[in-house]
Design a protein around this ligand. Structure first.
Ligand code: 5GP
Length: 197
């Protein structure tokens, strides 16, 4: 198997942080998987969570940890951002300083706000569902119990105006390929603007 060589960005330019945020059930996970598949120079950050693993969920979807381990990591300054979302902690580990790859974060709006405060140059893309019905279908399809689906729909409504206001770009995910095409264009434009295109 041939190995893909990742081109290093010009000396002195920090990697770009691409934040993909949006309400639950919008298809963020599928979008970011497709983003890194289509541009293998992108690195997908793996979050930590105290949420239990869902049936059928990949082992590497998150680093699944106990609350005590999460809190200990917080106290060591191990997270770029973290938050409590519907009773569980979620956090992005501080990126490897030796990595020169542009980093993709798939996180909710409070985390997106924290990243933007620390890294104003980060590219923040907020994804919207094509409709509430489609969003509900996706949330139900994930296998969460009904009360969790309702809770997540309520949370999604609360997140939407905040995310829209904060984002550099808002994208409606009605077609996966078109959504990813658009995002890759946004990434290319940002790379170009920062002299790395
Ligand atoms: P889920 O439990 O459905 O996997 O994720 C719940 C929410 O947490 C989603 O909106 C997801 O994008 C967000 N999330 C996942 N990882 C992180 C993280 O590291 N930090 C923050 N702030 N949110 C995250």
């Amino acid at each position: 198997m041939s190995e893909r060589v990742t081109p290093a960005p010009p000396a002195g330019s920090a990697p770009l942080i691409i934040v993909v945020s949006g309400p639950g059930g919008v298809g963020k996970g599928t979008i970011v998987d497709e983003l890194v598949r289509r541009d293998p120079t992108l690195l997908l950050s793996r979050s930590w969570t105290t949420r239990g693993q869902r049936p059928g969920e990949r082992d590497d979807a998150y680093v699944f940890v106990a609350r005590s381990a999460f809190e200990e990591h917080v106290s060591r300054g191990g997270f770029l951002e973290w938050t409590e979302f519907l009773g569980n902690y979620y956090g992005t580990p501080v990126p490897d300083p030796d990595s020169h790859r542009d980093l993709v974060l798939e996180i909710e709006v409070d985390g997106a706000r924290q990243v933007k405060a620390r890294h104003p140059e980060a590219l923040l893309i907020f994804v919207l569902p094509p409709s509430r019905d489609e969003q509900r279908r996706r949330l139900i399809g994930r296998g969460d119990p009904d009360d969790k689906v309702l809770e997540r729909l309520r949370k999604a409504e609360e997140e939407e105006p905040i995310g829209r206001a904060m984002a550099d770009h808002v994208v409606v995910n009605d077609d996966l390929e078109a959504t990813v095409d658009e995002m890759l264009r946004l990434v290319a434009a940002r790379r170009k603007a920062s002299g790395r295109g």
